[in-house]
Design a protein around this ligand. Sequence first.
Ligand code: IMP
Ligand code: MG
Length: 168
Amino acid sequence: MISAKSIAARVESLAQEISDHFKGTDKLIVVGLLRGSFVFIADIVRELDLPVEVDFLETSSYGDDMESSREVRILKDIRGEIEARDVLVVEDIVDTGHTLNHVIHLLQSRNPKRLEVCALLDKPSRREVDIKAKWVGFEIPDEFVVGYGIDYAQLNRNLDHIGKVRFL
Ligand code: IMP
Ligand code: MG
C-alpha cells in the first residue's frame, strides 16, 4: 500500500513541520505508543531539529484480534514528568480513536505545556470518538495493514513498507 520510499519522504516532511511548530522549545518529550510506533518514532526523532527526550507508553492492544477492545488500559506508563513540558505523542494508526482518546486524557491531566499528536496512519472512516492527530502521515481506507512497526498477531512488524493483509 505504501512503499518504504514514500514513508521516508513523508516522515521527513512531517518532521520538518513538527520542528517548525516546536521551534525554540527547551525540550520536546516524544512519547511513542508501544509497540506499533517503534519504527516510526525511531525514524522521526532522527529527523527532528530539536532537543528531544524519548519515552514510551503501552496500552492494552487488540491481542491477536482485529477488533478494537474500546476499553483501553495502561500496561506501561511513561517514565518522565511532563508537567509544563512540550509533548508529542507518536502513534502508528488512529482507528476507532479510543486508544488515542484515552492516552490524550491521561497525559493532559498531568498539565503539559503543549500536547500534540503525530500519527503515521489514519483511518477516518472507522472513527468512533471525535479525535484527530495534528499531523497524519497518510489517510488510508478501512483495510487491515501491517509493516513498518505495525503487526498482525505480532508478525510483519519488520516489513520496510506498509502492506494490506489479504484474508483468504
Ligand atoms: P483504536 O483505539 O481503535 O484507534 O486503535 C488503535 C490501535 O489499533 C493502533 O495503535 C494499532 O495498534 C491498532 N490497529 C488499528 N488498525 C490496525 C491495522 O490495520 N493493523 C494493525 N493494527 C491496527
Ligand atoms: Mg497501537
